[in-house]
Design a protein around this ligand. Structure first.
Ligand code: PEP
Ligand code: MG
Length: 307
């Protein structure tokens, strides 16, 4: 019996028309970071830091050590550390949160961090420290207003001052695009960030009004819905540095659509990296070739057209 094995390739993924696409990994642990390195990740495009400390609030040193371990496992590749994304479906027992009728529309992500700036300040200090040892991007989740980014960046500047050694050379700052309004006004954010990373898990849920994880709504919550694709397109019109780190990035049928719209980085679960790189090698970057799909009525029609 012949067993077909997918070959893990450490070569970069280049489209048919010669454009390099970064394929990174989404991580929630050091074990994930090792799996990412073993599967040819170009970088870590999303570290879900809320999963690193589930039981007790960590100090600055413990956070620094955890990020360093992830960075070391990735051998000098860039690590995108997302600040705590609590709230919604992700409660943390040690963090104060008021009861909310609609937690997905409540105080989550950056909203929670700005309401508790002492937590964010400690996390940013730990991030600034490790950013001297390997290239680091800091990413803010659940952003909905430019003012939130300005305030978060001010806390980052304060962390750099507290560290006292000047800004780390490779430090980049970005936001997640998970709120439909942010996709539509992405150009307003561009002056304040180095990159935009589309979190399709949440973006789909908010755009389609279909709660993520509710199996009754799975057919509705499809990132190939033209309404969602138009939001992705809007982000790509506003910036050259657009990533997708939601699960749509691992959908081999959707990958050619994302690259054609202008996405230049895909970040996925570590084991899916080889398959996504293969999908990129069959994809192109001509937006005109996919524009018609944005006029189709629903995800099913788009998927049929993709063949
Ligand atoms: C997303 O919303 O697409 C995302 C990547 O973030 P999370 O799944 O952690 O909410
Ligand atoms: Mg999200």
């Amino acid at each position: 019996r012949r067993v077909r094995r997918r070959v893990v390739t450490f070569e970069e993924a280049v489209t048919r028309d010669g454009v390099s696409i970064v394929v990174g990994a989404n991580l929630g642990s050091v074990a994930d970071a090792r799996a990412a390195a073993a599967n040819g990740a170009d970088l870590a495009g999303l570290v879900r830091t809320e999963f690193l400390f589930l039981d007790a609030r960590p100090g600055v040193d413990a956070q620094e050590a955890a990020y360093r371990e992830i960075g070391n496992a990735l051998g000098g590749r860039r690590v995108t550390l997302r600040t705590l994304d609590v709230g919604g479906d992700k409660p943390l027992p040690y963090l104060p949160r008021a009861a909310e009728a609609n937690p997905f529309l409540g105080v989550r992500g950056i909203r929670h961090s700005l309401a508790h700036p002492e937590l964010l300040a400690d996390q940013l200090l730990a991030i600034v420290r490790v950013a001297r040892e390997f290239p680091v991007s800091v990413m803010f989740p659940m952003v909905s207003a430019v003012d939130e980014v300005i305030r978060a960046r001010a806390l980052l500047d304060a962390a750099i001052a507290r560290d006292g050694r000047g800004g780390p050379a490779g430090l980049r700052v970005g936001i997640m695009v998970e709120v439909p309004a942010v996709a539509l006004k992405a150009a307003a954010f561009a002056p304040y960030v180095d990159f935009l990373s589309i979190g399709t898990n949440d973006l789909i849920q908010y755009a389609m009004a279909a709660e993520r994880g509710n199996p009754a709504l799975t057919p509705l919550a499809d990132g190939c819905d033209p309404g969602v694709l138009r939001l992705v397109d809007a982000v790509c019109r506003a910036s050259r540095n657009v990533a997708v780190c939601g699960e749509l990035a691992a959908d081999e049928r959707a990958v050619p659509l994302l690259t054609a719209l202008g996405v230049r980085e895909l970040s996925v679960s570590p084991l899916l990296i080889p398959a996504v790189k293969e999908a990129v090698r069959g994809a192109g970057t001509d937006r005109n070739a996919v524009l018609d799909l944005l006029d189709l009525p629903d995800a099913a029609a788009v998927r049929r057209a993709l063949g």
